[in-house]
Design a protein around this ligand. Sequence first.
Ligand code: PMP
Length: 428
Amino acid sequence: DQPRPLAERPAEEVDAFLATAQESYDALRSAGLTLDLTRGKPAPAQLDLSARLLDLPEGHTSRDGVDTRNYGGLEGLPELREMFAELLGLEPDQLVAGGNASLVMMREVLVNLVLHGGVDSERPWGQEEKVTFICPVPGYDRHFTLLDWLGIETVTVEMHEDGPDVEEVARLAAADPSIKGMWLVPTYANPTGSVVTQEVAERLASMPTAAPDFKIFWDNAYALHHLTTAEAKSADIVSLASAAGHPHRPVVFASTSKITFAGAGVAFLGGSVETVRWYLAHLGKGSIGPDKVNHLRHVQFFGTAQGVRNHMARHREIIAPKFAEVDRVLEERLGGLEVASWTRPAGGYFVSLDVLDGTASRVIALAKQAGVALTPAGSAFPGSHDPRDRNIRLAPTFPQPAEVTAAMEAVATCVRLAAAEKLVADRA
Ligand code: PMP
């Protein structure tokens, strides 16, 4: 039977709830835990799925007879680009295979835009009085610190279940020529798990923008990372933008960081053929070619695009139970109290937990004192500022299953205590 919402209970009951919550928390602290739910890293068991990569490649010659050990082939090995073009819904000549980190590619693209402008820019962004990016929130902290590092301003819009608040995005982008672009994790967003629908993608691709060189940084880091068998298909943003007359608007990013090895995978950049050419022209100033040996071993390891999909199903078997456990514990300990809501993602690496306004930093501090590391308060917002101090990002993939249970029990204990404290304090 569901407990009654905490806020609807009489004062004595809330006082009693607070006393019990405090006792549970004291017990938790004396248990001396050391647990970490901070970063979305694959667990060792997931890395082990790709162990065979360490014995590859067999030989060193590509399909076209290229010696992969040598310089050259800036755009990446064709057979790997073909495989991932199929998976990402692009043409091979719309895709570059690069180093191990798509985040580096995002930084490169931004730096190129600031120093040189894009294929459709009137001037380098660095010569604009001001450059602003639209940031759906909660979002990925490293996107925001990258903007901050470059002196790019931010304006936030809410992330909904079907993607960003597209009305607000369209209104902002139409009104202000300093708004040069936006971040978007279209499939299984970090941290909400939202999936951008076809309708939202169409609107983003076609909306009029005051800046002629508006860019959508379409960071599809979790495109293939399904937690259920109902596999969401990402909208084809490059075709949509092209059909709408804005072919150079999207820049697509993806990587195998959470497919093979987070530290030794392959990153991809996609977009119009002109965007790809533009990227490579700048890349060529600092590189004579990528790690094609790594490209070749990825090709041999997967065999085909279907090989990648099959591999992702094995990841799912390892991590889906951890996400189910997060939901089970939260439901069991917090269900009906109306002191928290959380996402039930169908893919990706995160659960987004919203607690009572003004209590997220308290929950995170309480958890820290009990030995449970959570992502710092506000980190899913530009400037680490969560205006409602309510959002907590949970990353359950790395810990062992038993650790996920213990960590979530601890989180629930802290949420209960912080909520009761707040209700009592608000009464005063
Ligand atoms: N984008 C998003 C949305 C992410 O969550 C992450 C990993 N935390 C990255 C990019 C980083 O990707 P990569 O390892 O390819 O740099």
